[in-house]
Design a binder for this molecule. Structure first.
Ligand code: ADP
Length: 504
């Protein structure tokens, strides 16, 4: 199959969250299964184009009565092989993408022209295929910035050009939408619809309208041939009013075509036996490297280097979704209390909402056993996963979550809220039998976090044999991409077989 990934993020080029990891690893896994996978992504300013190969000529993109022009660059995705390459195309439009920030900057978190930027990008994806004369069987759009691709596909590209005399090339292509996070929908003034170049009848036929606003994700939900989200449990949750972010009814309407497919992890990067950031690698057979990583982590953060004191790690966007209000909220957050009351160390790597960055800095000044680094660091994230004993994810909602899977692979036991993909990946500890791979709680409030950490500390200090067994069990879990990539192939195939017969 020929598969085009349309995405606003992909590793190693642009990342704000798990979407970037997923697109690149899924693409590589699909290529390994023998498919021709290509990625199209904007050429954001920080992506150095001097190291890329320019495609000859410019790309014309018809947008709302005018034609816009961009350059295109390409390269093979790092991590894919020359035999099973994943080709990446960069849409280089200076005005839309030649600036800092993917979706925004701190002073303007959501660029005012995002609807225009990403509509242009989605239209450009189709024009790119024409330019390189490569027509996909599957157009796979990710999240709201790419959702417009499903609309162009259905209302503009699938129809043969000029009454069928000129083949459009996309008649037999299907569109897929993956929802990585229902909390981000791309809702803007509908005045922006003019930029899409589509007639206003399409605005209503494609179901953009959301209380008089234009909702990109909603349109994607209605127009993709098939859609999915990134874990089976989150797929169910999103169909409920509690977790549906107002789109639960729409998702229920599409439930026949709406699946949950668990993300995998890139085991060439997240593997304690191969991790390039670790001084000494480790595995189930030889755990000495984990103890070394713990000592290195304690040292890095200036904490007492002591194997007996458990280290809890956390790597996160500092956003409400991740439970940071309940952890660090002034006057009520639980982090202060559990750090004060339990013999543990807590290390955090993250960045995000400024109130939270400030609270975290204040807390590390008041406590001797809490240390935080504000910012983004791949290298440190590997050390935290490897060197911690426990990993905290008190998420409000979690479409899949990658960090708990990384943690399990590194024998670092997750302490998580029972939500979304965390339910599909972590098995709760049973004190009677010692079974499980982590510690779970239901209600997101400071006392539940406090009590669950207390429970994990009880196991650490009083039942160390359980902790050791859980570690090994966690490390033996298989979260590689191969299984999930096959499920995507099945979804693609079922969308293709649902197309009306050629000529019908
Ligand atoms: P989300 O996509 O909702 O942010 P996920 O757990 O699915 O959450 O993916 C987050 C990814 O981003 C993980 O790979 C995590 O390690 C990484 N990450 C988040 N914040 C940081 C940070 N400050 N430094 C390094 N990696 C980070």
């Amino acid at each position: 199959m020929k598969i085009l990934m349309v995405t606003s993020e992909a590793l190693p080029y642009a990342k704000t969250g798990g979407l970037a990891d997923m697109v690149s690893s899924l693409s590589i896994a699909l290529a390994k299964l023998g498919h021709d996978v290509r990625i199209v992504i904007p050429r954001y300013y920080p992506i150095d184009k001097t190291s890329l190969t320019p495609l000859p000529g410019a790309l014309g993109v018809p947008m709302g009565g005018i034609e816009e022009w961009s350059a295109v660059y390409e390269e093979r995705l790092p991590g894919s092989t020359a035999k099973k390459p994943v080709q990446v195309y960069f849409i280089d439009h200076e005005i839309y993408f030649g600036r800092d920030g993917i979706y925004g900057i701190p002073s303007q978190p959501d660029f005012i022209d995002n609807p225009r930027r990403f509509s242009f990008f989605c239209k450009a994806a189709f024009q790119l295929c024409r330019k390189i004369e490569w027509y996909p069987d599957v157009v796979h759009a990710h999240d709201w910035p790419a959702a417009m691709a499903t609309v162009y596909q259905k209302f503009a590209e699938r129809a043969p050009v000029a009454g069928g005399q000129i083949p459009g090339g996309f008649e037999r292509a299907v569109s897929i939408l993956t929802i990585h996070n229902l909390g981000y929908q791309g809702v803007y003034s509908k005045a922006n619809f003019d930029y899409t170049g589509l007639g206003w009848d399409v605005y209503f036929r494609a179901n953009f309208d959301d209380w008089d606003m234009m909702n990109f994700l909603k349109a994607g939900i209605f127009n993709a041939d098939k859609l999915n989200t990134v874990s089976p449990n989150y797929a169910e949750e999103t169909k409920t009013q509690a977790q549906g972010f107002r789109l639960d009814g729409d998702l229920r309407q599409r439930s026949k075509d709406y699946l949950g497919i668990l993300n995998g992890i890139d085991t060439s990067i997240w593997n304690p036996a191969k991790d390039k950031y670790l001084g000494e690698k480790f595995s189930v057979e030889n755990m000495a490297g984990k103890a070394k990583a713990k000592a290195a982590l304690q040292k890095y953060f200036g904490l007492e280097v002591n194997p007996k004191v458990p280290v809890i790690g956390m790597i996160t966007r500092l956003a409400g979704q991740k439970g940071v209000g309940e952890l660090f909220g002034p006057n009520y957050g639980s982090a202060f209390s559990f750090c004060r009351d339990f013999a543990l160390q807590f290390v955090l790597l993250g960045s995000g909402e400024s109130w939270c960055e400030k609270e975290v800095a204040g807390l590390s000044a008041r406590l001797t056993n809490f240390r935080a680094q504000i910012g983004y660091s791949e290298e440190l994230s590997h050390l935290i996963e490897a060197g911690s004993d426990f990993f905290l994810m008190p998420s409000r909602y979690e479409p899949c979550g990658l960090n708990q899977m990384y943690s399990l692979a590194y024998g670092t036991l997750p302490i998580v809220r029972r939500t979304g993909g965390l339910v599909d990946t972590v098995e709760n500890y049973d004190e009677k039998t010692g079974s499980g791979t982590g510690f779970m709680f239901d209600i997101l409030d400071p006392s539940s976090i406090y009590n669950t950490i207390g429970w994990a500390m009880h196991a650490w200090y009083n039942l160390p044999e359980h902790i050791a067994e859980m570690r090994i069990r966690a490390m033996k879990q298989d979260f590689s991409w191969e299984k999930s990539a096959k499920k995507y192939v099945e979804m693609y195939q079922s969308a293709i077989s649902a197309l009306p017969a050629a000529g019908a």
